[in-house]
Each structure stands twice: as C-alpha cells, then as structure tokens.
Ligand binder design. Structure first.
Ligand SMILES: Cc1cc2nc3c(=O)[nH]c(=O)nc-3n(C[C@H](O)[C@H](O)[C@H](O)COP(=O)(O)OP(=O)(O)OC[C@H]3O[C@@H](n4cnc5c(N)ncnc54)[C@H](O)[C@@H]3O)c2cc1C
Ligand code: SF4
Length: 479
C-alpha cells in the first residue's frame, strides 16, 4: 500500500463512520492496491484470446485489446504501448477513468462465464505508464507543415484528441480555452484521486512540444468572436463541453454554503495543483469537519462525496430521489463511496433548505417509484408526511449539466442546436450547419464520457482533413 493510502486510512480512522469501514481493511487494500507489474502480466495472460473480442467491440475506440494484452503478457511493453496509442490518444487516462464495468470489462468473455474479468483498464494504464517512465513517449515530429490552420475551441479530451490527429497530418493547430490550464474536465472536473493531475499535464505538455499552440484564458464569445476565428483559420472545431448546472429550485435555495458541484470540485482540484483558492483557503469550500450533503445520483455526485471524505468531512450524506437500481452513476463508484463511509439516502429528495443566512439543515422527503412513464423510467413521487431533517453545513448540487446557449454566447444565431441545446452536426461529416465549423464531444452528445469525447475528436479530425484537402484542391483548380 502506498504512503498516500496509509495517510488516508489514518485520517479516515478519526471519524466513527469510517472506522467501521477500516475494519474491512483487506477489502480496502484490494480496492486501492497498486497495480504492480507482476499483476499486470498475470492479468494479461488471463485473456483467453477467445476470438470473439466483445471487449474490443464494446470499447468506444475499438482498442485492439486482445493483442496488447498478449504483448503485455510476453513483456513486450513498448510494442504494447505503440498498439494502444494507435487507437487512443491517452490510454493511461482511459485506463484510469473509463467505467470499464459498462464497457470493455463488462463484456469480457471470462467475466461473462463467471470467472471475473481481465482487468483491462489497469493493464492499459500499466502499459502506458511504463512507456512514459521508460521515455518511449516523445513529442512527435511532422514531415512538413501545411499552410492551412485549424482553430479548436476547448482543450478537453475532444479538442485535444482532434488537435493531435490534425497536427500529425501537418496542420497548424491552435486551441483556445477559457480556463487557465488545458485539459477541460480532465484537469478541473475529475478529482485527483481518480486521475492524478500530473498525468493530464504530461499529455498536454507533449502536445505543446509537438507544435500545437495553446491559447489559455480566452473565452470565445467574450474575448474573441466565432466570426474572428472563422476568418483566422481554415476550419474550426467546437469542443466546448457542457457546463450549465441543473438547478434545484426550492425554498431556501439562496442560502449561503449551497454550491454547484463544479465549484466545489474545481476548488479542490486547484488546491491539488498548488494554486491559492480564496474560497477554499478561508474554509468556505473546504469540507473539513463539516456535515456535507450532496444531492444527485450520477458520477459527479460520487466525485463530490468522495472528495468530501478526503477533505476529512465530519459526515457525508448523499440524497438520491430514485433507488439504488435506478441510479445513473457507476455501481463501482457507489460501492467505493460506501466503503469510504458515505451514507446513502435512496428514494429521498430535498424539499426545503433551512437556515437564516447560511444553510443549517435540509428537509428531506421520502419518495416512491410510480409505474414507468412513456420514457420507460419509473417516476419518483413524494410520500406525504415522510419529511425528516438532516443537519447540513455544506450542500452540493450535483444534478448534471446542460449545454450553455452557444448561439447566444457566440453571437451566432445561425448556429443550429437541438432542443436540448447541443450543437447539431451532420452525423457523417461532424460539420455543423456553418461551413467549415465542426463540433465534437459533450457539446454534441450531452454529458458523456472521456472515451467518447476522444473518439469524436479523432473522427472530427478525419472530416476536417477531408474538408481542408477539398478546399485546397478547389483553390488550386480556381487559380
Ligand atoms: C465531475 C465529473 C467527473 C467525471 N468523471 C468521469 C469519469 O470518471 N470517466 C469518464 O469517462 N468521464 C467522466 N466525466 C465526463 C467527462 O469528463 C466528459 O465527458 C469529457 O470531459 C467531455 O470532453 P469534452 O472535450 O467534450 O469537454 P470538456 O472536457 O468539458 O472540455 C471543454 C473545454 O472547453 C472549454 N470552453 C468551454 N466554453 C468555452 C468558450 N466559450 N471559449 C473557450 N473555451 C471554452 C472549457 O474551459 C473546457 O476546457 C466526468 C464529468 C464530470 C463533470
Ligand atoms: S479505452 Fe476504456 S473502454 Fe476502451 S479498453 Fe480502455 S478502459 Fe476499456
């Protein structure tokens, strides 16, 4: 067990809830054990090379999993890393944070036969981390720089993957991002305990060293217009993600110490990166010693409760209006949160936030699930007279995200969006209704996964390349 985990256990032992968890120290070790090389080889050689690679089919990138498992089992790590990189721009990141139970590992034939999946994600992480350690991953060199340029809005996984693919083809690529650091949700959303920030910075630095230009602290729609970018570049990719938090409109929702999930997570991630964060440093956004209540049942809610545990909160409770079976988040994340002492209140919804200026408690109402509606989902309905209060020092709203109003923001009413506000694209070319403007990632799909954003970014690069080649040909023909 690492020194970091030992320290965490020591902290966890100080609170009664978590002490119960620590009694099951062997389980705890199992979850957090380092994935040492012996285990990687052992896991790789468990792959039966079944010939029906469901794992590969169910990986959104169709990674060549059986082949890199075989190479890893034979200790041919450099070749395994090259193969992993041939379909994925950041395998060590996917290895860490993909919900493998729903993707590759959930479909492993060995898992299906009841013998426990090959831990594909951990092997992927191990192969790529080894490649970084050995210095096999280097900035790439292009043979000849093209005179066409592409502007990418958003330095999240979709924008980063697209930038890498286009740069490799020789294009001049500039990424614009409103954050001070590149990475999107990889840097400021997903917590450090799931994805260490040096892993993200290592990747973005590699892209910088490969000639991709990053322009940080620039918000398109505020500091620059979309029109300006369209004039400057030959093609544009919109990869801005989704950031508008879903609100809880209830009596008392204006009380102090009620925060949207991203504010809480960003503060914690910035601290982890060594930044000064006023609202954290003065204790407002620090959960230490406080009773924390998180509302929501998705992965963002799980990240919030687990971050609060690591900040040594006095108690951490999660309210979700449906039951455990109907929770949108990954079952593994819920299991991990429970192991760490988080208390779940299923079929529970906030009814009122109570306090004078600051929140002091939340009135919770029990729910029951009615018959499925036209969408097929059981609708939660309140149970009369079931209200009870929970003491609350910080309440975090983690109900999901919607897209910002991009046509408004970009001052571009012509940009077509769906009824949900996601950017509409031609599904084959990924081009929007504006010529030469493409879109990828969460801003097209709605809140999704890193691995899908990478896939979209890679596919957008193929389309942008086709578009620019045609544009160049037309120019030559017209000359
Ligand atoms: C808390 C949290 C935890 C998550 N955990 C996981 C996980 O464990 N596993 C997983 O697979 N997925 C997870 N996800 C989902 C995943 O992070 C996203 O699906 C993925 O990051 C989407 O990538 P993207 O490139 O489309 O957008 P983003 O990563 O959101 O990047 C968009 C970028 O665009 C920039 N931007 C936005 N508007 C502008 C503008 N007007 N001008 C300039 N720049 C702009 C933003 O600053 C940002 O850097 C999580 C999401 C959240 C919120
Ligand atoms: S990218 Fe994700 S789904 Fe694909 S093999 Fe890796 S962990 Fe599995």
């Amino acid at each position: 067990m690492t020194e970091k985990m030992l320290k965490f256990i020591k902290v966890a032992q100080q609170t009664p809830k978590k002490r119960d968890v620590i009694k099951r120290i062997d389980d705890f070790k199992e979850i957090y054990d380092e994935f040492i090389s012996g285990k990687a080889k052992e896991q790789s050689s468990r792959c039966s090379q079944c010939g029906v690679p469901f794992c590969q089919v169910h990986c959104p990138l169709h990674n060549n999993i059986p082949d890199w498992l075989k190479l890893a089992a034979e200790n041919r790590m450099e070749e395994a890393s090259e193969l992993a990189h041939s379909t994925n721009n950041m395998p060590e990141i996917c290895g860490r944070i993909c919900p493998q139970d729903r993707l590759c590992e959930g479909n492993c034939v060995i898992e299906q036969s009841g013998h426990g999946t090959v831990t594909i994600g951990s092997v992927e992480k191990y192969i790529t981390d080894t490649a970084w350690e050995k210095g096999w991953i280097k900035p790439f060199k292009i043979l000849k720089e093209n005179n066409q340029s592409v502007g990418i809005i958003g330095a999240g996984p979709a924008g980063l993957a697209c930038s890498e693919e286009l740069r490799k083809l020789g294009y001049k690529v500039t990424i614009y991002d409103r954050y001070d650091r590149p990475g999107g949700l990889l840097i400021y959303g997903i917590p450090n305990f799931k994805l260490e920030k040096f892993v993200v910075e290592r990747r973005t630095n590699l892209l910088k060293d490969s000639g991709i230009k990053f322009v940080q602290n620039v918000e398109i729609g505020k500091d620059k217009t979309l029109d300006e970018l369209r004039k400057k570049h030959d093609a544009i990719l919109i990869a801005t993600g989704v950031y508008k938090p879903r609100e809880i409109i209830l009596p008392g929702d204006n009380l102090e110490n009620i925060f949207p999930a991203m504010e809480f997570l960003t503060a914690s991630n910035k601290k982890g990166l060594g930044d000064k964060v006023k609202k954290f440093d003065n204790g407002i956004l620090n959960a230490q010693g406080k009773n924390v209540v998180v509302v929501g049942g998705g992965d963002t809610a799980m990240d919030c409760v687990r971050t609060a545990v690591r900040q040594n909160a006095k108690s951490v409770k999660c309210l979700y209006r449906r039951d455990r079976e109907n929770m949108p988040g990954s079952a593994r994340e819920v299991y991990n949160a429970e192991e760490e002492g988080v208390e779940f209140f299923w079929l529970s919804n906030p009814k009122k936030f109570i306090g004078k200026s600051e929140i002091k408690s939340v009135l919770v109402e029990k729910m029951k699930l009615a018959e499925p509606d036209s969408s097929g989902r059981k609708k939660p309905k309140p149970i009369e007279g079931s209200g009870f209060e929970i003491k609350t020092d910080i309440l975090i709203k983690a109900l999901g995200f919607d897209p910002e109003n991009l046509p408004n923001k970009f001052n571009c009413p012509d940009l077509e969006v769906s009824k949900w506000g996601t950017v509409k694209i031609d599904l084959k070319s990924m081009e929007t209704n504006l010529e030469g403007v493409f879109a990828a990632g969460d801003i097209v799909r709605g809140a999704s996964l890193v691995v899908w954003a990478i896939r979209d970014g890679r596919e957008a690069a193929i389309s942008v390349d086709k578009y620019l080649k045609t544009k160049q040909l037309k120019k030559i023909e017209a000359a």
